[in-house]
Design a protein around this ligand. Sequence first.
Ligand SMILES: C[S@@+](CC[C@H](N)C(=O)[O-])C[C@H]1O[C@@H](n2cnc3c(N)ncnc32)[C@H](O)[C@@H]1O
Ligand SMILES: [Zn+2]
Length: 248
Amino acid sequence: MTALVCPRCRRADDDGVHLATVEPCDTGLRCLGCGSGYPVIDGIPVVARDAEALLAEDTPASDALAAIYARSWSGPLQEWLRKTVPAGALELGGGTGVRSNTVVLDRSLAMLRRGRSAGQEPAGTWICGDVLDPPFLPASFGCVVLANVLDILHDPNLAFRQAVALTAVGGAIVVTCPYAFTQSGPDCRLEPFPEHVLHGGFGAVEAGVLRLESCAELDWPIRTTDRLTQVHRTDALVFRRLSLPGEQ
Ligand SMILES: C[S@@+](CC[C@H](N)C(=O)[O-])C[C@H]1O[C@@H](n2cnc3c(N)ncnc32)[C@H](O)[C@@H]1O
Ligand SMILES: [Zn+2]
């Protein structure tokens, strides 16, 4: 089972990074450090600083959106992801998942429920939480995926840095992006980033932290209704996490 870190008491100071894990208890999950409780709903742990607020975001519209993703499992990008993403990878903003026995983190319980009931083989792990504050141990995954999520976040740079921090040295970061920037609403603070920023790993390639290994353009069809399919042309990139002096 993937170790889950408590987002409420995680902190960094002069002595380093302080992390506590959460463990099962009678009412769901409890942090061994600060004692915070987290719910488990339909078998899905909700591990976020403000778990109540995340759950309150779920509306009938979330389920309608999740249904669209759940029937959009075929297409060039989807097939590339299934081939490229290994079992045990972490999908950040994974929605209904790529269906290859991954750990899927998403803030929408509706998405996770749909993905989980559609069934990966074997079952995969589904966790409700925030990409910008992910409840995992640093460098604990051999592959981290950001599929079609960076361009809907208000801080894509932070999300990318979180993905790098969660990837073990030698591991891969798989990123796909349609550059659609379609989210709107009062909280929308999107600042579109250009292709070269993503291809440079938000500065991590130049800093020697990552190497860009491959880059393709692939169509991503989304079956909005039975009679309407929208196709985004996405960039699909694979980065490798390099070791830094002192790391191994
Ligand atoms: C466009 S969908 C892509 C889903 C999936 N990766 C795919 O390619 O099919 C974006 C997903 O990111 C999730 N998401 C958005 N902001 C998030 C955040 N801050 N933390 C976790 N998930 C987030 C949404 O709930 C949604 O499931
Ligand atoms: Zn805690």
